[in-house]
Design a protein. Structure first.
Length: 318
């Protein structure tokens, strides 16, 4: 038994959009299951398993995805829309990042029932991109080119026939100006800048500063979601109070990795502790032995980490 006191971060785990998407998917699986006759239920488990699928992984957490799979939720590869058929994929869930409008149309034309679990904040960015593009604005997106959310928002802007550029940092912003807004005329055209909801506020400010100077008619929208910022703020506060930090979340989750990197930084700034104990784990069994000899450990978790995994880590210290 360990004598370590565990303190949870004030804000951790699922954000509103991810929790909503997971609950929507689980309800769809339950509804699909209750459509079967009671006597059919055991024999048709695999059939039920095939009925509800998400387009791409629902969340960036390997263990949570395995749990969802065991509960009957299937998955289609995000870029394999051509292979979708109503016979094998009758109910398709759209995840929190959303999809381009053309993807929704194709699924409906194929006869699939589409359940849209796009986060309301991402829906708002999609609508604003479409609305500005419809008014003749060029759209600049600040975010990760390969991220589902950016791909979905680009689709809404491009559908209106307007150019849509994606930039990832200040350097990209300077290159964009040289390439597409190099003369007086193009610099006076209406342009709107939209951020990926999980984009870094500091990087967005740096990009905005570069574009604001050159483009006289630019509209800069504040679309960054507070979920990431709130987790970071609460973690910074926690780092002042504990001897070690355990960050829980998928190794492929960008927001979890950012929590880990910042925890390392904030703990290394402490002058009252000899060593900074910070670890990023996916599950309780990965907690390093040395953490059990600390007096206090703080825990935080990324926006796609389920409650059960957080509870398990806390219990491991009891
Ligand atoms: S981080 Fe924000 S925008 Fe993204 S899914 Fe969560 S609540 Fe929605």
């Amino acid at each position: 038994m360990s004598h370590t006191k565990v303190i949870r971060s004030d804000v951790l785990g699922y954000c509103m959009g991810v929790r909503r998407a997971v609950n929507t998917a689980l309800k769809a699986v339950e509804d699909a299951s209750s459509d079967l006759k009671i006597t059919d239920k055991l024999d048709t488990y695999s059939e039920r398993h095939e009925k509800v699928k998400t387009l791409g992984p629902l969340i960036h957490n390997r263990i949570a995805l395995e749990q969802l799979k065991r509960r009957g939720l299937g998955q289609i590869e995000a870029n394999d829309i051509d292979s979708v058929s109503v016979e094998k994929d009758p109910i398709v869930i759209l995840r929190a990042h959303g999809v381009p409008p053309v993807t929704k149309r194709i699924l409906k034309e194929k006869g699939c029932k589409v359940i849209d679990a796009t986060c309301p904040r991402v829906l708002s960015s999609q609508k604003r991109a479409a609305s500005y593009a419809a008014k003749g604005f060029s759209v600049i997106l600040a975010g990760d080119k390969n991220h589902g959310e950016i791909i979905s928002i680009s689709g809404y802007a491009e559908e209106q026939g307007q150019p849509c550029y994606v930039i990832e940092n200040k350097n990209d912003a300077e290159l964009l100006l040289q390439k597409h807004f190099s003369d007086e005329n193009t610099r006076k055209q209406p342009v709107v800048l939209i951020a990926q909801t999980t984009f870094s506020p500091e990087e967005y400010e740096a990009i905005s500063a570069v574009l604001r100077v050159a483009l006289s008619h630019i509209k800069i929208l504040n679309t960054i979601c507070s979920a990431t910022y709130e987790r970071q703020q609460a973690l910074e506060d926690l780092c002042r109070k504990v001897d070690g930090i355990v960050v829980i979340g998928g190794k492929n989750s960008a927001n979890t990795r950012r929590l880990y990197i910042n925890a390392k930084r904030w703990m290394s700034e402490r002058t009252d502790i000899l060593q900074d104990f910070v670890v990023h784990i996916e599950q309780a069994s990965e907690i390093p032995e040395k953490f059990f000899s600390l007096k206090t450990v703080g825990i935080t978790a990324g926006a796609s980490t389920p409650d059960e995994l957080i509870d398990e880590v806390e219990k491991a210290f009891n």
